[in-house]
Design a protein around this ligand. Sequence first.
Ligand code: AMP
Ligand code: GLY
Length: 423
Amino acid sequence: MNILILGAGGREHTLAWKLKQSKKLTQLFVAPGNAGTASIATNLAIGVNDFEAIKNAVINHTITMVIVGPEDPLVNGIHDFFLNDDALKAIPVIGPQKAAATLEGSKDFAKEFMMRHNIPTAAYESFTAESLDKGYQFLESLKPPYVLKADGLAAGKGVVILKDLQEAKNELKSMLVDAKFGTASTTVVIEEFLDGIELSVFVLTDGKNYKVLPTAKDYKRIGEGDTGLNTGGMGAISPVPFANDEFMNKIHSQVVKPTVEGLKIDNLPYKGFIFIGLIKVANEPKVIEYNVRLGDPETEVVIPRIKNDLLEVFAAVANGTLDTINLELDERTATTVMAVSGGYPEAYEKGKVITGIENVTDAIVFQAGTTLKNDKIITAGGRVLAVTAFGQDYKEALKKSYENIAKLNFDKIYYRKDLGFDL
Ligand code: AMP
Ligand code: GLY
């Protein structure tokens, strides 16, 4: 098979690394990719939302399957674009159609879906500029802290949590009236604050059958002890030690099953990954969000733990025969630590030469914000390199991730040294 992966991050390098091991693979393309994907596949200089250019590439390179990494093209309807084009409709796309991608594209839609299908989640109400006063009243009825969520995609920045009622009211006004997040905050979801520990569950579905993939926990804050600004993710651990069988059974029966059945009932075709963000509150799972793709850096620990030929698994998703796949998992723990550019998630410099990747042993370096310049790998983004290692438990795996990340260097490299501190 000739495969095209869309995206440019650590997630896509990990998917490329895994698919590269498939017996079914002929040629592998990544658009636009990074220096890591360039080392194992052919990068195509095409943006993930340039559907016409993607169409041309698919035809020119006789691509037989497309795997979509990020949410943007899914929410913009890339899967529908393929289905509506005579030249493309026979080519499977891994990732849901636009209607189901709205689970990530609109928090209000996701909340309504959860309510309709009795999926446990925080109590909430949605507001627009017209109902600003009702929003103020709703905030007054809640206990702090206050959770405000821009309805639409806001590059991971659309959730604001505030302790002070007046600040929460000001924030609501700035989102709704001053369009703080542009059209993404035309509607705002205000919800009950959930106090607990977070984890993510990944599900792969063909629309009828599904497989629960390994759990993972990511570390979102830039600073040690989970302090400072939110980032795309500073590292991840899989499996999550506190997700024992009893708790996973609850997640399965209360969340995963009703989610996949809800998609069927609502006639939302879905072939792809469902990323369920959960908070464990008093031993009960509550959904905080759906994403319609894999997480980054969660992919860097989830995918390496899957032993199957991933292309066979994807073919089963495309054919609607995922029930025939016996998912085999590596029982060990995988951890990844992300090296970022100094200054990230605020302003940072790019173009720094990266050294030391060849010295890494017993760990895998997945590249995120990197590019090639005169045969040198240089930084090209905030999150730069993810170092994944295995161990019998998370402590042993982390030790190896840390031993190896210390061998990497670029000007102003930064990484958190405390992952796992909360476990
Ligand atoms: P989201 O973009 O929905 O993942 O939200 C970003 C982060 O905000 C989550 O990872 C949680 O840490 C936090 N969060 C979201 N919703 C809630 C909630 N209802 N209660 C507490 N924390 C929340
Ligand atoms: N690591 C969180 C995400 O991919 O959304």
